[in-house]
Design a protein around this ligand. Sequence first.
Ligand SMILES: *[C@@H]1O[C@H](CO)[C@@H](O)[C@H](O)[C@H]1NC(C)=O
Ligand SMILES: *[C@@H]1O[C@H](CO)[C@@H](O)[C@H](O)[C@H]1NC(C)=O
Ligand SMILES: *[C@@H]1O[C@H](CO)[C@@H](O)[C@H](O)[C@H]1NC(C)=O
Ligand SMILES: *[C@@H]1O[C@H](CO)[C@@H](O)[C@H](O)[C@H]1NC(C)=O
Ligand SMILES: *[C@@H]1O[C@H](CO)[C@@H](O)[C@H](O)[C@H]1NC(C)=O
Ligand SMILES: *[C@@H]1O[C@H](CO)[C@@H](O)[C@H](O)[C@H]1NC(C)=O
Ligand SMILES: *[C@@H]1O[C@H](CO)[C@@H](O)[C@H](O)[C@H]1NC(C)=O
Ligand SMILES: *[C@@H]1O[C@H](CO)[C@@H](O)[C@H](O)[C@H]1NC(C)=O
Ligand SMILES: *[C@@H]1O[C@H](CO)[C@@H](O)[C@H](O)[C@H]1NC(C)=O
Length: 798
Amino acid sequence: MKRMKRTTRVCIILCDLEKKNESKSKRMAGLSVLIFYCYILIFISQEIQIAAYTLTPSQSMIDGQTILSQGETFELGFFSPSNSNNRYLGIWYKTIPTQTVVWVANRNSPLNGTSGVLKIDSIGNLVIVNQTESVLWSSNLSRTVANPIMEFLESGNIVLRNVKDGNSKNYMWQSFDYPGDTLLPGMKVGWNLRTGMDRKLTSWRSFQDPSDGDYTYGIDLNAYFESSIRNRSNKYYRSGPWNGIRWSGAPDLKPNPIFTFELIHNDDEIYYIYQLVDKSVIMRLVLLQTSTEGNLQRLTWVDKTNSWLRLVSIPRDRCDDYALCGVYSSCDVTNVAVCQCLKGFKPKSPTDWYGTDWSEGCERVVPVNCSNGEGFLKFTGVKLPDTTNSWVNISMNLEECRLKCLNNCSCMAYTNSDVTRGGRGCVMWFADLIDIRQLNEAGEDLYIRMAASELGEFEGDDVELPFFDLVTIKLATNNFSEENKLGQGGFGPVYKGELEGVKEIAVKRLSKNSVQGGKEFKNEVILISGLQHRNLVKLLGCCIQGEEKMLVYEYMPNKSLDSSIFDKKKSRLLDWQKRLEIILGIARGLLYLHHDSRLRIIHRDLKASNILLDSEMVPKISDFGMARMFGGDQMEANTRRVVGTYGYMAPEYAVDGHFSVKSDVFSFGVLVLEIISGKKNRGFCHPDHEHNLLGHAWRLWSEDRSMELVDESMSNSYVVQDVLRCIHVGLLCVQKGREERPTMSSVVLMLSSESVVLPKPQRPGFYVERSTSNKSPSNRDKESCISSSVTITMMEGR
Ligand SMILES: *[C@@H]1O[C@H](CO)[C@@H](O)[C@H](O)[C@H]1NC(C)=O
Ligand SMILES: *[C@@H]1O[C@H](CO)[C@@H](O)[C@H](O)[C@H]1NC(C)=O
Ligand SMILES: *[C@@H]1O[C@H](CO)[C@@H](O)[C@H](O)[C@H]1NC(C)=O
Ligand SMILES: *[C@@H]1O[C@H](CO)[C@@H](O)[C@H](O)[C@H]1NC(C)=O
Ligand SMILES: *[C@@H]1O[C@H](CO)[C@@H](O)[C@H](O)[C@H]1NC(C)=O
Ligand SMILES: *[C@@H]1O[C@H](CO)[C@@H](O)[C@H](O)[C@H]1NC(C)=O
Ligand SMILES: *[C@@H]1O[C@H](CO)[C@@H](O)[C@H](O)[C@H]1NC(C)=O
Ligand SMILES: *[C@@H]1O[C@H](CO)[C@@H](O)[C@H](O)[C@H]1NC(C)=O
Ligand SMILES: *[C@@H]1O[C@H](CO)[C@@H](O)[C@H](O)[C@H]1NC(C)=O
């Protein structure tokens, strides 16, 4: 209070001077000047701040004085809103020119006149009293505080504590527990579950009147937490439940460099909070009485323009109006008629509905009958419905959730309660579903109960492919850093990632110039996600955001097959038994793709670098079906677009663009010979001839010298009969004539059973390296021996 006293003293001296002058001679020249100065000083003294950020029981703050927060960002004092004569004790920003009040103590009990005093009373309460010492406002402590002190923290929080308490965070009372219309960084909105205290924002009645207005914003204590704005007791806007990252219905609440946000939930508390990353930013979330520009606004101060910039205002659009479309319907602002019944539902009252009164909502086309067996229909990209009658278990997975919901006839829908880590937890709804809106890529999945007869029509719920957020992927891959890059595939680079530091993943980032749109890509991925086999790499999910399309796979610690078999050191670790298991594994995986899966999938780019090895060296085919996804006319036998890798492509495919399961069989044959020999087909060099690996193997086979093909690093770990059989099968697969090649089911049979008699192989296709055909073996330059296993794409190779 030092600064204050000094100024007051100056004023008193001057005023004394004035009085003396007055008594000597009232007409003395210069008197009026002194009086003028005196008034000026009194006026200035009213603006003087108390420098200390504390108030003790021996001090008080009168109207006209103010107290600054610890770092002088905020100012506490009495004020009158514009066009009002009432006085209130409030907090505003010291650092900005426009007075912006963020908290008001006596909002519902204004002072008449400037007689207000802030002080600490006998039991340690912070109180506002008027001239006659009647208490207008009190912090209402339930018990006495010994050695009380009020501190005004830099966050804008006023706290009361025992000055002798060593723990400076031990607050007996804090203004942050009693928010007004503004949520400052670090302030909580939500519940203290122990005391039942509900911290919520309440709008001012008007700009002139800070008393409680009609709107409140707070957390709803449902099973699955959400926040809502209410107009008195009526729900007016619903944020949607917290999904582990953000509110389900707040797609604009994204991780950003300016502020962080979270929902904290434990036995004591449940609250939403945000914090500034850069403390110099001035930001507030304010709830207004007027809805013309959105009631709940996130604002930030811009020095340059000297004004508040609105970052977000809620409700954002018509679809944010609570329950606009009634039950079992979805709101989509991009439609002229924003409300649509969900698939399988029809308007309850068609006349009203088509007259754009949607409040009645929709009803089922076919009623559900639990005894008839039912299932769920998956809806994607939605803001989840009102969770008032919901039930949550955070440790159940989606399948457990589905079963639990299926077995309870009153369960209407379910989904993951948390979208992080590919989705987890279970939430179920036990009431009519209301207030759903379409958010597309920013939305979530919802599985809604349907009558059995309705399911066939829409292809059930057998697909549960998680969609990852781009932010999640960026975090996991260290923003696609070079260190995380595993390699470069034909369709783009592949990165290693860690989901929340737990699960290892491989992320394939597809080249931006892929011809497919997001929707086709999604459909294709959903088809492929249904494929499950021990020898196929598992697709964990995908990510589609703007131009970005990514596939997320399980991570394979032992890399791709080519890094093992073509490496002198590593190949020693691969004895015959391991190699045979790898060959068999690939054969089974390919058989599944060709025959056993729901779809017939032709891989089109089978090669050593597309075979990944897990920690137990089990081979997993990767990139399956990717090729199909990139041509416009993939399902036809002839394609104008050849996708594949030289050295693995069947002749009819490389030359004529004709592909079939048999072109995959050819590639498989090449792989078999490579695994046995430890040599690459493309770039294979031999001093005696200019054949490639296939030609070489064929030559040795015809001369009964097949065992010379065997990789030396296998030493003697093999059974000769088994090796010969494998080479034989390999040669059958790479035959020039497509018809002669066996199908994968025969291949698996031939490899696993010694009783099957193998036919004699015909000449292989492409057994001479085309690039070397005009040169003699002796002067072949080294370049032609350098292998290339990069997938190529050529438009009509002729
Ligand atoms: C406020 O004070 C003024 C003047 O002191 C008086 O005329 C007025 O009636 C008072 N109003 C209330 C509501 O007490
Ligand atoms: C002080 O407040 C009390 C209660 O509101 C009121 O009755 C009294 O008139 C006020 N005194 C002055 C001087 O404003
Ligand atoms: C304090 O308690 C009184 C009486 O119960 C109540 O009228 C008043 O609103 C309370 N003040 C605050 C700030 O909670
Ligand atoms: C708020 O609710 C009142 C009735 O309680 C209603 O008259 C008013 O129109 C509502 N305001 C808005 C913006 O919905
Ligand atoms: C439900 O299905 C069973 C078996 O088809 C039938 O007997 C029963 O009447 C159905 N109940 C309703 C409410 O439709
Ligand atoms: C939640 O699910 C887990 C796993 O199914 C189960 O062990 C646990 O008992 C469930 N908790 C509740 C409260 O139902
Ligand atoms: C279905 O769930 C509701 C709500 O949790 C519960 O009250 C009811 O007992 C359950 N019914 C059955 C058959 O489990
Ligand atoms: C991530 O990388 C992009 C471009 O590569 C860059 O614009 C962005 O700032 C980076 N973000 C972070 C958090 O490093
Ligand atoms: C395969 O991976 C596992 C686990 O990372 C490792 O222990 C093992 O040595 C690897 N095997 C080979 C042959 O690299």
